[in-house]
Unconditional design. Structure first.
Length: 265
């Protein structure tokens, strides 16, 4: 892992954007259309804004990039403003100029468990057809979740239907009219699916994330902290601000990385 502790959330987003652009350039130079894995939530908004600036400056162009969502709610009608296809179009694709028809999202709007299982399997197939995800953007839940892989998720899990934790539903109630309107289930890339991405870029800012970040980066690799699988990935870039990093014991090593010196594992 390369862990950067930035003075401000804006700086953390700039670091993350640089890591994303670098991975996409590497993919494009091998002659493929790059695949960018997109997360929803507040954590990556600054990163998407930075990528938008790179497009405006002529340093990036996403018209030949494929987008792939990390997860989607189950049971929202297509076009629902809180549905993740809609959210990603608004908060990521529109900002960076990624064509909407190039965005892949699991189908959470089909009815019945068999159809949802089939939608999850179809999403795995789609990711394989695209050649795999070159760089996956991630946030972390205050309970350590990654995507919607809540504590207790299998470390090698694939895209599947999951029940949302009560805390996650509470955290996300702000996007719905009332807490009871938050869906109870989702389709999420599994931890094994996420680990297949060639690079992972996680952004975490604010002290509400400090405990989860410390457990994920410095605690044991455990299903109780799904984001601890980051420790297992060969190219994980972690971009934090001071507040999100405040629970880390090994801060001095990460500061070296932020100064541009060789990072450790
Ligand atoms: C988003 C996702 C979640 C969020 C996490 C953090 O697609 O799957 O894992 O990344 O809940 O959310 P924010 O960034 O809103 O704190």
């Amino acid at each position: 892992m390369e862990t950067f502790v930035a003075a401000t959330p804006e700086e953390a987003s700039m670091r993350a954007a640089a890591a994303v652009l670098d991975a996409l350039e590497r993919a494009a130079s091998s002659g493929r259309d790059p695949v960018l894995g997109l997360a929803t939530g507040s954590s990556p908004l600054g990163l998407y804004a930075e990528l938008g600036h790179a497009v405006a400056d002529g340093r990036a162009d996403f018209t030949h990039t494929h987008g792939a969502a990390l997860d989607e709610y189950v049971g929202l009608p297509s076009g629902h403003p809180a549905g993740y296809r809609h959210v990603l179009m608004r908060e990521a694709c529109d900002v960076i100029g990624l064509p909407p028809e190039r965005l892949a999202v699991p189908r959470g709007d089909v009815v019945g468990l068999a159809a949802l299982d089939a939608a999850a399997t179809a999403y795995e197939t789609r990711l394989r057809e695209l050649g795999g995800v070159d760089v996956q953007v991630l946030g972390i839940g205050a309970n350590g979740h990654l995507g919607f892989n809540e504590p207790g998720s299998a470390l090698r899990s694939r895209t599947r239907v999951k029940r949302l934790a009560a805390r996650t539903r509470r955290d996300n109630a702000r996007f719905f009219g009332a807490p009871q309107d938050v869906p109870t289930h989702c389709i999420t890339q599994g931890l094994g699916t996420i680990l297949d991405a060639r690079r992972l870029v996680l952004v975490a800012v604010g002290d509400a994330k400090a405990d989860a970040v410390a457990a994920a980066l410095e605690g044991p690799l455990t299903a109780s902290v799904p984001a601890s699988v980051l420790q297992w990935h060969p190219d994980a870039v972690i971009c934090l601000d001071e507040a999100a990093a405040s629970g880390l014991r090994n801060r001095q090593y990460y500061d070296d990385a932020a100064a541009g010196l060789p990072g450790g594992d």
